[in-house]
Design a protein around this ligand. Structure first.
Ligand code: PEP
Length: 251
């Protein structure tokens, strides 16, 4: 199980430091649950120092494929690794929507992250329109198979998937536990097909989309829901910690 907080474009230096400290003290020592926070890039260094000695890991929200070069404004996987990141969120729906990231671009980024031993949290998920047209599973299958094309994974701990229905992100509307489990099971079948049952059955598949302390326990109790990617609620340390504790009880 992994509970990861996506702080998006929401903290400055003092608030990032404060939030990191509050997360560490509210979460406490975790049992069987990995915890990570993904601050904005300008706060990575400061949050890394705050997290030192705690069990909370650091992640980034995006990167460019490649290592070094003339790509103004971008950072790469080796740079994030050197800055102390263990995870990187890739293919988030906001990146797909506002920055036109295609499945192919996401695939290149994942390859680059894995080559640098960064663990990608690969986001997939359908819009409301697609769900209502009954095509959610087809779209997620296409997103996942293209994103993972030629991505060599040798163990379950090298990869995390996040199912994030776009209609549930930041809307207060959550997938029902049955809707989440149905999609997670479909994702699980693809992972087993790609990586074999030993690895594919163990990769964490997070649910993301308005997860909060009120709905976390039920979602996390479902068989293939292996954690949460948390946006809004990750900005409030106590809410984030309550989700972590719900995950501990669900393991
Ligand atoms: C997200 O953007 O990854 C997310 C899950 O956001 P929220 O929890 O706010 O819906």
């Amino acid at each position: 199980m992994l509970i990861a907080g996506n702080w998006k474009m929401n903290t400055d230096l003092p608030t990032a430091r404060q939030l990191a400290r509050a997360v560490i003290s509210s979460v406490g020592k975790t049992r069987n649950v990995l915890v990570a926070v993904c601050p904005p890039l300008t706060n990575i260094d400061a949050v890394f120092s705050e997290l030192h000695g705690s069990s909370v890991q650091l992640g980034a929200q995006n990167m460019l494929a490649g290592e070094f070069g003339a790509y103004t404004g971008e950072v790469s996987a080796p740079m994030l690794r050197a800055a102390g990141c263990r995870y990187v969120i890739l293919g988030h729906s906001e990146r797909r929507q506002y920055f036109h990231e295609t499945n192919q671009i996401v695939n290149q980024k994942i390859q680059s992250a894995v080559a640098s031993k960064l663990i990608p949290i690969v986001c997939v998920g359908e819009s409301l329109e697609v769900r209502e047209a009954g095509k959610a599973q087809d779209l997620v299958t296409e997103q996942l198979r293209t994103a993972l094309d030629d991505v060599p994974i040798h163990s379950d701990v090298e990869l995390v998937i996040a199912y994030e229905p776009v209609w549930a992100i930041g809307t207060g509307r959550t997938a029902t536990p049955d809707q989440a489990q149905e999609m997670h099971a479909a994702i699980r079948a693809i992972l087993v097909d790609l990586y074999g049952s030993e690895t594919g059955r163990k990769v964490d598949i997070l649910y993301g989309g308005s997860m909060n302390p009120g709905n976390a326990a039920e979602l996390l109790s479902r068989e293939d829901v292996g954690g949460g990617l948390i946006g809004g609620a990750s900005l409030k340390a106590e809410e984030f910690a309550a989700i972590v504790h719900a995950a501990e009880n669900a393991v």
